[in-house]
Design a protein around this ligand. Structure first.
Ligand code: NDP
Ligand code: 2IT
Length: 445
């Protein structure tokens, strides 16, 4: 690793010893950047990396709320405004019991470079809470969202910081959050994306992350003379990203043979029936285990990690961070996997990624591969700003163009720095350049 990158990483480890996810994301980034830093000693003089790895602002707050039994509850709330050099802070909100500052910082840090890769003017941020919407009534979710917004509203704004969804935050939560913001601020501004179509949302935002993932995979496959027709895919998760990755992949002729939730996975040689999974997970908020009641040829296996035992051509991890470790990577490679497209953020451990790359499986890293969601969020902001509404085909076309451009840029950056085919490095380098240029233009602020 370049000396400067190594020193910055050591400093981060010293200052943030209890943030393993953030340190993991920072290490991968700093390692990739080494060849760029060798060429640009001026970044060290400007302490650019020290500035880039420290959030501009990290807000932590309490969220007291009253549940429908009248019990007072308190959750933790976060918003990390990591870097706003190229535009207003932008990034999702995650509601999951595992949420802590380390997870929000890793997500916010990666978001900086992902957002830069989209080519659109958005900075990086992330937020969330350790609140668990799973199994809660709509009324309880509403009460929590209102309490969360009671604090968040003072930190966001259409030109300041524009949150969206992530794990545990979908259309229902965005509706409650937006409705409450509007009530207390008397302002119908684009302060959140992923909004419903009746109140300012954009067509394709629901589908965008999953569709974008498949668009970039398709573009990569062209370079190795393959396509999705007739291929076997494993898609982990069964939330927003997983469902729409499945949908687009199936439209392009692939067969998704396995999907999962945090309890276990379903497997069917004939292919998983998407409408059933959508109904169970999107509409009824049930467990994926119920799927086998409706499809007799399908099997349910307890434990979500086993999904990577299923033989596939391409693996699409779309659930959560570190869901593919080295052992699982070895099984995937042994079973002939040829590409891994990361729908989730940081789903592969560093050892897994290294193993894939060494064994000739293409890795499309999250920063690039799942950028379609936030890109379409930026298209939602653009439409709101102009008070116009593009049709499905227009947004989908723009999304596809953005994903193709991202692939071209990460491919070119990897080649330029002597690492052809290493899209992990390519994405970090290509995402970094624009942010570094903007920060340099501003001077020390
Ligand atoms: P959802 O909440 O819609 O779905 C999450 C899915 O992942 C569910 O099936 C959930 O299972 C499963 N899951 C969650 N946590 C775990 C865990 N610890 N172990 C195993 N499975 C788990 O979230 P999204 O689909 O929106 O997000 C999925 C991933 O994609 C995340 O990494 C997110 O950061 C990333 N992402 C999302 C974008 C978006 O636009 N939504 C954009 C870019 C990235 P269960 O139902 O049992 O909880
Ligand atoms: O990780 C992500 O890029 C998201 N959760 C989407 C963020 C957004 O602002 O649309």
């Amino acid at each position: 690793m370049n000396d400067y990158a190594a020193a910055v990483l050591a400093g981060l480890a010293d200052k943030n010893p209890h943030e393993p996810e953030f340190l993991q994301a920072a290490k991968e980034f700093l390692e990739s950047l080494s060849p760029v830093l060798d060429k640009h000693p001026e970044y060290r003089d400007a302490a650019l990396l020290e500035r880039l790895t420290e959030p501009e602002r990290a807000i932590s707050f309490s969220v007291p709320w009253v549940d429908s039994d009248g019990k007072v509850r308190v959750n933790k709330g976060y918003r990390v405004q990591f870097n706003g050099a190229i535009g207003p802070f932008k990034g999702g909100l995650r509601f999951h019991p595992s949420v802590n500052l380390s997870i929000i910082k890793f997500l916010g840090f990666e978001q900086i470079f992902k957002n830069s890769l989209t080519g659109l003017p958005i900075g990086g941020g992330k937020g969330g809470s350790d609140f668990d919407p799973k199994g809660k009534s709509d009324r309880d979710v509403m009460a929590f969202c209102q309490a969360f917004m009671r604090e968040l509203y003072r930190h966001i704004g259409q030109d300041t910081d524009v949150p969206a969804g992530d794990i545990g935050v979908g259309g229902r939560e965005i509706g409650y959050l937006f409705g409450y913001y509007k009530k207390i601020k008397n302002e119908h501004a684009c302060i959140l994306t992923g909004r419903g179509l009746s109140y300012g949302g954009s067509l394709v935002r629901t589908e965008a992350t999953g569709y974008g993932l498949v668009y970039i995979l398709e573009e990569y496959l062209k370079t190795v003379g393959e396509d999705l027709q007739g291929k076997r895919l494993t898609v982990s998760g069964s939330g927003n990203v997983a469902l729409y990755a499945h949908e687009k992949a199936a439209q392009l002729g692939a067969k998704v043979v396995a999907m999962s939730d945090s309890n276990g996975y379903i497997y069917d040689e004939k292919g998983i029936d998407l409408p059933t999974v959508k109904r169970l997970k999107e509409a009824e908020r049930k467990r994926i285990s119920e799927y086998v009641k409706f499809h007799k040829t399908a099997k349910y296996v307890e434990g979500c990690g086993g999904i990577w035992d299923v033989k596939c051509d391409y693996a699409l991890p779309c659930a959560t961070q570190n869901e593919i470790n080295l052992d699982q990577a070895k099984i995937l490679v042994k079973n002939g996997v040829r590409a891994v497209a990361e729908g989730a953020n940081m789903p592969c451990t560093p050892e897994a990624t290294e193993y894939f790359l060494k064994n000739g499986a293409g890795v499309l890293p999250a920063k690039a591969a799942n950028a379609g969601g936030v890109a379409t969020s930026a298209l939602e902001m653009a439409q709101s700003g102009q008070r116009i509404f593009w049709n499905f085909e227009e947004v989908d076309k723009k999304l596809k163009e953005i994903m193709i451009d991202i692939f071209k840029n990460i491919d070119a950056a990897a080649r330029e720095y002597g690492m052809p085919g290493n899209f992990v490095a390519g994405a970090n380098i290509a995402g970094f350049k624009k942010v570094a240029d903007a920060m340099t233009a501003f001077g020390i602020v």
